[in-house]
Every structure is written in C-alpha cells, then in structure tokens.
Design a protein. Structure first.
Length: 298
C-alpha cells in the first residue's frame, strides 16, 4: 500500500514555482512523498487493525535545471516536516489467494519556503490518501502486494502563495510491490508506483505521469536489527500540459540513497529509520530527507 503526501513534495512544488526555475510536474513537485517506504513495505499483516506513523524532515537548498546544473537562486531554501498517521484494516476476506486490506492517511505538515525577496511558512492538514490492497504470502520470507491509492486535494492551496500544503488536484497510483523478510539474512523491498495526475483547475496545469520506486536492501543480524541502505528512483514519464499545450524540456528525475535500519521487537511492533540524499536530479529541488516509520497493532 501506499503513503501520503509528505511535505517534501509540496515544499519542492512551492519553491520551484516561486523561483520560476525548473519545473518537472507542476512546480517541480510530486503528490507522493518520494522515499517514504522502507523495510516490510509490501507484506500485509494478519487480519486486524494496525496503526502506522511516519515522520519526516526534509531540507533542500538548490534547484536543478534540465541539464542537472544548479540554478542561481541566492538564499533558496525549503524545510519541510511532517507527521503522517496511517490506519490499516486487513479484512478476513481472501481474493485470488490474497488478503484484502484498506488504508487511509491524513498528514500534518509544516512547510517553510524561502526564495530571493520572499518567504512563507504554513502548517496544516495535507492531502488525504486512501485505497484498497491485495497481499500474497508466498512463503514465510517472500510477500507481494497489488494496490490502488487515491489522493484527494484536502490540503490548503492558493495559486498565489509561495508555500502550499496541498497540490489541488486528484491523483491515482497503481502499485505493485515485493518484500523479502529474514531475521537472520537478506531483507529487500521494492514498491513500484505509476502515477496519473488530474488537472489543477486553478492553474489549468496537468502534471505528467510519474514512475516511482521506493527500495531498500539490508541484512538481518538475528537480534531484531536489520542494517542496510534505502532510497528511491523517480522518473517523469510524460510531458506536462499547460492550457492543453505541452511544456517542453521539463521532465523530472532523481535517485536517492542512504543508510537504512530496522528494529523488530518481536512483539508485533517495529520501527525503521533512513536518511537519503538525492542525486542525479533534473528539473527539481535537490536535498536530503530523514524518515522514521513505526508500525504497531491496535
């Protein structure tokens, strides 16, 4: 299953719009918080209700153009913090041998954007995410998932503002993922997403389709700890449209990687932590993010 709009995406959007620099989707952002997922992303738990909390800190101080060069924007800075609660319900129903589940996310966001001659800070509720998922358990180690996530424009948006917590359009993500879990061996996860974005009616702008992979790989030490690396791959697949016309040379891309760890209590709850640095960035802001995830039964 998927996650919600962390402010990282929103912050990038606002900052890029204000700087009139690189775009890559409207304002250079994405409705999905890139790199949000970590270990055990695609293994559904047994039937029941579960809580999950994501916390994120993101900071960027440069924007890249279509060639990957840094745009000259003195004083540019984006700082984004989010607390993202997620409710998961795994039903007792089986479909094609898979467990049926549902989830919902409603983030709380704090966003601070500074560009030459202006700055703005906002705090509030971001865009809501909800959707169904099917999860298969192929063995005690190998698990997979298929899901749909719907993003609703519940976050505050004003086309004239520098910092916007919401994206002001609907989106749907098709998701396929796999997780390998081994307390004393290889752990690896990949969540593949294809994003379709609706039009922002306030700006007559439709962001292009996006392909996203959140990934991690680590080794279980046999004592609840897993040590490894994680990050994301991002590619914008199709061009943006402004008032029906193609926006040229603006497709975004990025790769992020950094250390990633997990601790499993063996009592039904676990936490993950990762720090990722963005590289190979085109038409987007470039920075670093710290992600914390906690999962627990209700």
């Amino acid at each position: 299953m998927n996650h919600n709009n962390s402010l990282r995406a929103v912050a990038i959007a606002a900052a890029a719009i204000a700087s009139t620099g690189a775009q890559a989707t409207e304002g250079g952002g994405s409705i999905y918080p890139l790199g949000a997922e970590n270990y055990v992303c695609c293994a559904l738990p047994p039937p029941g209700f579960y809580g999950m909390v994501f916390a994120q800190h993101y900071r960027a101080d440069e924007v890249k153009d279509n060639n990957g060069d840094t745009l000259p924007i003195p004083g540019f800075k984006v700082t984004a913090n989010a607390v993202v609660p997620r409710l998961i319900w795994i039903t007792g129903q089986q479909i094609a041998g898979a467990s049926l589940g549902f989830h919902a996310i409603l983030p709380v966001v704090s966003l601070d954007v500074t560009v030459p001659g202006a700055s703005q800070r906002k705090t509030g509720i971001g865009d809501m995410v909800f959707g169904p998922a099917l999860g298969w358990h192929h063995s005690p180690q190998l698990h997979s998932v298929l899901a749909l996530d719907f993003f609703a424009p519940t976050g505050r948006y004003n086309r004239t503002d520098l910092a916007n917590i919401g994206r002001n359009y609907w989106a749907v993500h098709g998701i396929a993922g796999v997780s390998r879990i081994d307390p004393s061996g290889l752990n690896a996860d990949a969540k593949l997403m294809y994003a379709l974005n609706a039009k922002n009616k306030d700006t007559d702008y439709r962001s292009g389709d996006e392909f996203i992979v959140d990934y991690d790989a680590g080794w279980g030490l046999g004592n609840g700890w897993v040590l490894g690396v994680g990050g994301y791959l991002y590619r914008q697949v199709t061009d943006d449209k402004q008032a029906g016309a193609t926006v040229p040379d603006n497709k975004g891309r990025a790769l992020a990687i950094g250390p990633s760890i997990k601790y499993d209590s063996g009592k039904g709850w676990f936490v993950t932590l990762k720090y990722q640095t963005e590289t190979g960035v085109r038409n987007r802001a470039a920075g670093n993010a710290l992600w914390l995830k906690a999962v627990f039964p209700l």
